[in-house]
Design a protein. Structure first.
Length: 200
C-alpha cells in the first residue's frame, strides 16, 4: 500500500491540509509540519502512567462525603457500590462499577496495548489497531460519570446544617486520572498505526 509519506507528502496534524515536500509550516494554519508527531509514544506513556498513579488514591480515598447534622461520613467507590447493592439498587451499583472500575481499567489496558503494539511493531492487523484507537476515543467520554454525579450532588443537595454532600479526595484524584488518560489517548499519533518501520 502506497502512503503519502512514501511520496514525501506531509499532512498537517492541526488542520489536516496535505503538503508537497518543501514547506516547513502549514499554508492553512501556520503550524509546524511533522510527518509524525515528535515523541508521541513517550508522551502517551507519561500521561498513561500518571493516570494510573492517580487511579490508586482515587479508589483508596472517599469519593463523596455526606454531612448529616454535623456528622461527616465518607465512602470510597467500592464502599458506595456495596452500599447500593445491599440496599437493592443493583442497577445503580452496576453503573458505578462499570464507570469507576471497568471503563478506567479497560481504557488503560487498551492504550497500553496499542502503544506497545506500535512501538514493537507486533504482528497485529492495522485495522484492528485503528479499531482499538477509535474504541479508546469513544469510551473516554463515559469516564467522567462519577465526577459529574459528585458535582451535581455537591451543587444541588445542600440543606444547611441538616444535610450536605462534599467532594472527597478520591473524586479529585479520579478526575485527574481521567484527564491524564484522555491526554494519553490524544498524544497518540494515529499515523503510527499504519507505519511499518519507525525511526523512534
Amino acid at each position: 500500500m502506497t502512503r503519502a509519506a512514501d511520496m514525501g507528502w506531509i499532512g498537517c496534524h492541526n488542520c489536516g491540509a496535505v503538503h508537497a515536500p518543501g514547506p516547513s509550516r502549514c499554508r492553512t494554519c501556520g503550524a509546524v509540519l511533522h510527518a509524525r508527531l515528535p515523541n508521541s509514544l513517550q508522551k502517551v506513556w507519561a500521561w498513561l502512567l500518571t493516570g494510573v498513579l492517580f487511579l490508586i488514591p482515587a479508589n483508596l480515598y472517599p469519593l463523596l462525603s455526606n454531612e448529616i447534622f454535623g456528622h461527616e461520613e465518607g465512602h470510597t467507590i467500592l464502599e458506595g457500590i456495596v452500599l447500593f447493592a445491599r440496599s437493592g439498587d443493583l442497577l445503580v451499583a452496576g453503573v458505578i462499577f462499570l464507570a469507576s472500575f471497568v471503563i478506567p481499567v479497560v481504557k488503560v489496558v487498551v492504550i497500553a496495548l496499542l502503544a506497545w503494539s506500535v512501538h514493537f511493531d507486533w504482528q497485529m492487523e492495522r485495522r484492528r489497531r485503528l479499531l482499538l484507537y477509535e474504541f479508546v476515543e469513544f469510551i473516554g467520554r463515559w469516564s467522567m460519570i462519577d465526577v459529574f454525579v459528585v458535582a451535581l450532588l455537591t451543587g444541588l443537595v445542600h440543606l444547611g446544617a441538616i444535610l450536605s454532600f462534599l467532594p472527597g479526595l478520591g473524586a479529585v484524584c479520579f478526575a485527574f486520572s481521567v484527564i491524564c488518560t484522555m491526554l494519553s489517548a490524544q498524544a497518540m499519533d494515529a499515523k503510527l498505526i499504519w507505519d511499518d518501520d519507525r525511526d523512534e
